[in-house]
Design a protein around this ligand. Structure first.
Ligand code: ACO
Length: 311
């Protein structure tokens, strides 16, 4: 089936954590409001010398080490990010240089907001198949703090910085299913003329989109297989809001323990949230051979993507 198998993961967070009380330095908010509306307790923000690039490098080095591969074995490198240090060179090019990977491989950033990591996984698989390669390094790296207006309480408390990385191998007998899509919508936006506008978001509209998208992606991935959710060991969603995850759990009628969550510690790290979660799952001894997992990303665009794999 030419699917992907996960060989190694890594993650990197900035040094400094900001708990909800620390956010009251910037905006009129409270631990009670943030915790009850989102489930978030703290987030990390980059400090001096820390960027999406430095986080990507640290996470990728750890993933390579965990995979047991040398950089020479990597046949394509993709970085999902909306907050790279430079528009050009891409974060992927900077990472490629830092890791001293082979020059003649495809290397690029993928922009699909919080669905970016899974868009990058899907693109990496297609590149490996098209070019006859074997191994892909896929990274989600974000410095969301540089996109935020720290005086806007509607957004600044929700996001955090971080990076996660994964090394995949293309294998003929590896299970793989994917869905993705988009619908143009300005519910979350950053940029504009001279990239001057910080993030603005219609939270309730994104919320409604997310709670319908997660169950839809999960059901589409299972459609046409003989599988049900009871055959799936883990669902790893983009980590935006605990209430979005809880609503998805209810709609799908599954045990909440099947949904991995860590957003209380990191807030929404956009394209980094899924690979960070994969790394934590592996660290905790999960994603063992035979375990099946579904990943679902959703975000600005609006975009969505789902991938089902077996460890
Ligand atoms: N602290 C205190 N009060 C706040 C804060 C805050 N940080 N933020 C907003 N409020 C206030 C609002 O001003 C509003 O006050 P008002 O009634 O006096 O006008 C009140 O709280 C209620 O605001 P709502 O928007 O109704 O709050 P809601 O319950 O919808 O929660 C939230 C807002 C958390 C943003 C929710 O809508 C949500 O999680 N949406 C999804 C957002 C998301 O997932 N985004 C990321 C996905 S895409 C991507 O990752 C790029």
């Amino acid at each position: 089936m030419n699917g992907l198998r996960l060989l190694g993961t890594g993650r990197a967070l900035p040094k400094e954590a900001f708990d909800n009380d620390a956010m009251t330095r910037y905006v009129d908010t409270s631990d009670e409001w943030i915790t009850s509306r989102t489930g978030i307790h703290q987030r990390y923000f980059c400090g001096e010398g820390e960027t999406a690039t430095t986080l990507a490098i640290e996470a990728a080095q750890k993933a390579l080490l965990a995979s047991g591969l040398s950089g020479d074995a990597i046949d394509c490198l993709l970085v999902a990010t909306s907050s790279g240090e430079y528009v050009m060179p891409s974060t992927a090019c900077l990472l490629h240089q830092a890791l001293a990977l082979r020059p003649e491989i495809p290397v690029m950033d993928v922009g699909a907001a919080c669905a970016g990591f899974l868009y990058a996984v899907e693109t990496a698989r297609a590149l490996l198949i098209a070019r006859g390669g074997r191994h892909a390094l896929v990274v989600g790296a974000e410095q969301m703090s540089q996109l935020l207006d720290m005086s806007d309480r509607n957004t600044c408390v929700l996001f955090g910085d971080g990076a996660g990385a994964a090394v995949f191998a293309l294998e003929a007998d590896a299970e793989y299913a994917s869905v993705c899509g988009t619908r143009g919508d300005m519910a979350i936006k950053v940029g504009g003329p001279r990239r001057s506008q910080p993030m603005a978001m219609d939270g309730q509209s994104v919320f409604r989109f997310a709670v319908s998208t997660i169950p839809q992606c999960v059901n589409q991935l299972l459609e046409g297989t003989n599988l049900t959710l009871s055959d799936v060991d883990w669902v790893v969603c983009h980590q935006a809001n605990q209430r979005i995850i809880d609503a998805s759990v209810r709609r799908l009628g599954v045990a909440p323990e099947k949904f991995y969550t860590n957003l209380s510690r990191y807030a929404n790290t956009s394209a980094a949230s899924i690979p960070i979660a994969l790394d934590e799952l592996r660290e905790q001894g999960h994603l063992l051979p035979g375990e099946r997992y579904i990943m679902v990303g959703f975000g600005g665009g609006l975009t969505w993507a789902g991938v089902m794999m077996r460890a």
